[in-house]
Structures are given as structure tokens and as C-alpha cells.
Design a protein around this ligand. Structure first.
Ligand code: PGA
Length: 249
């Protein structure tokens, strides 16, 4: 049985004070939840502070990105060691906004995914097609590329400690959610790829989140799909009440 995992990606939102307000509001709202793994991903500057609040609770901490080296002359970057140091268990890698605005490629994502595992951080690896790619009928090809190259060289054990997030780019922050059928189609395709690359047993255990305008109104029908094992939530994770409703759908 795959335990659902719902993660809030706060993106470039909230000061430290605002982050603390949000997580302090969220914590009691989800305190009793044991059937869903809950993750929040604040900005780098808020990680250490939020870590103090979620420590020992049922909320795990994630970063939104990292570099793959341990340390060195890489001005402006953050290493896996630093994320471990502040209590991160997860790190979001290859988000479409990083691919679009910051030159992230399948190759850099792959370096980062491997580095995460070296340090015992669990990557949430984002994949997903853009609108013109879906319209051109190449959504599966794009996702195959993201998966095959982004996860290249991972051991089965590392794959089992990874999460995949399918986020159709056209559904992110647009209010346009993929239909449950569209999500299920791609999730099943991804699970098939994992079967090819690793094994049916590995594919059966890896959790695949859906992301893109997830909200309280649509989370249940998405999560009801057999291959949808959670959500990566942007906008709606910035409000404790909405995120808690999504977690407790
Ligand atoms: P959204 O963002 O929920 O605001 O669409 C999702 C994401 O980019 O992770």
C-alpha cells in the first residue's frame, strides 16, 4: 500500500514571520492525521525557523531546490548538507518553474537527484509537459524524457526513496486542473516506465503526486484515481485552512 503524500510548495512566498504564522496555524489543523504524509516546502530563509515548529510533528520539511555539491565556491547555492542540517527530509527537484526560468535540465535534475540520495534526502522529482507539447500529442514523450534522464543511474533502493510529481505545466497556477482521467493516464504511463526501468515491484511502491491547481474542491476526485498517490500543492498551500482541507479530503 502506498501512503499518500501531500506537499505544500510555498514557492517564493512568505517572510519568516509569515511562514511561522502559516505553519503554526496548520499544525493543529492536521494534528490527528496519520493516513497521509504531510510535507511543507518553505523558502530557504524560512526553513530553519519552520523546522523548529514541525520538529517531532507529523509535518515533514522540504526544500524547493538545491545544488549538488557539498560545499565550495558556488555563490548563491545551497547544498544537500545544508538542507539536512536544518532538518529537511525532502527536496523538490526539477520543478517546471526551475526548468523554465533557471535553466534546469534533465541532466542537472539528475545530478541533484543523485546528490540528494547520497545525503539521505528524499527527492520529489517534478515532471510534466507544457501546453503546446500536449497539443502536439507529445506529452508522453516529454514525460518519458524527464523520467528516463532525470532518474538515470538510480538504484532500486534510491527509487523507492523518491517521489515523482506529475505537474502538467498548463495546470500550474492557472486554475486549470487536469481532469482525473488525464492525470490517471499520465500517472499510469509513469508507473509503466518505472516498471520498464526498475521492476513491477518498485513501480508498485513509488508514490506519484499530481500537481497543478489542486484545491479542496478537486482533490478527492484526483486522489480517487488508482495511480494518484498525493498532491503537490502551490497556491492553496499558502492558506492553512485550505491546505488542511486538502490533506483531510
Ligand atoms: P499550483 O502550483 O497548485 O499553484 O497550481 C503547483 C506547483 O507548482 O507545485
Amino acid at each position: 500500500m502506498r501512503k499518500p503524500i501531500i506537499a505544500g510548495n510555498w514557492k517564493m512566498h512568505k517572510t519568516v514571520a509569515e511562514s511561522l504564522e502559516l505553519v503554526n496555524a496548520l499544525k493543529p489543523l492536521v494534528a490527528g492525521v496519520t493516513n497521509v504524509e504531510i510535507v511543507v516546502a518553505p523558502t530557504f530563509t524560512a526553513l530553519a525557523f519552520v523546522s523548529q515548529v514541525v520538529g517531532g510533528s507529523n509535518i515533514a520539511l522540504a526544500a524547493q531546490n538545491m545544488y549538488w555539491e557539498d560545499s565550495g565556491a558556488f555563490t548563491g547555492e545551497i547544498s544537500p548538507l545544508m538542507l539536512k542540517d536544518v532538518g529537511c527530509e525532502y527536496v523538490i527537484l526539477g520543478h517546471s518553474e526551475r526548468r523554465q526560468y533557471f535553466g534546469e535540465t534533465n541532466e542537472t535534475v539528475n545530478h541533484k537527484v543523485k546528490a540528494a540520495h547520497v545525503h539521505g534526502l528524499k527527492p520529489i522529482v517534478c515532471v510534466g509537459e507544457r501546453l503546446e507539447q500536449r497539443e502536439a500529442g507529445i506529452a508522453h514523450d516529454v514525460i518519458r524524457d524527464h523520467i528516463v534522464h532525470g532518474l538515470a543511474g538510480l538504484t532500486a533502493a534510491e527509487m523507492l526513496e523518491s517521489v515523482i510529481a506529475y505537474e502538467p505545466v498548463w495546470a500550474i497556477g492557472t486554475g486549470k486542473t487536469a481532469t482525473p482521467d488525464q492525470a490517471q493516464d499520465v500517472h499510469a504511463f509513469i508507473r509503466g516506465l518505472l516498471t520498464e526501468i526498475f521492476s513491477a515491484d518498485v513501480a508498485d511502491q513509488v508514490r506519484i503526486q499530481y500537481g497543478g491547481s489542486v484545491k479542496p474542491e478537486n482533490v478527492s476526485e484526483l486522489m480517487a484515481q488508482p495511480d494518484v498517490d498525493g498532491g503537490l500543492v502551490g497556491g492553496a498551500s499558502l492558506r492553512a485552512d485550505l491546505f488542511a482541507q486538502i490533506v483531510k479530503h
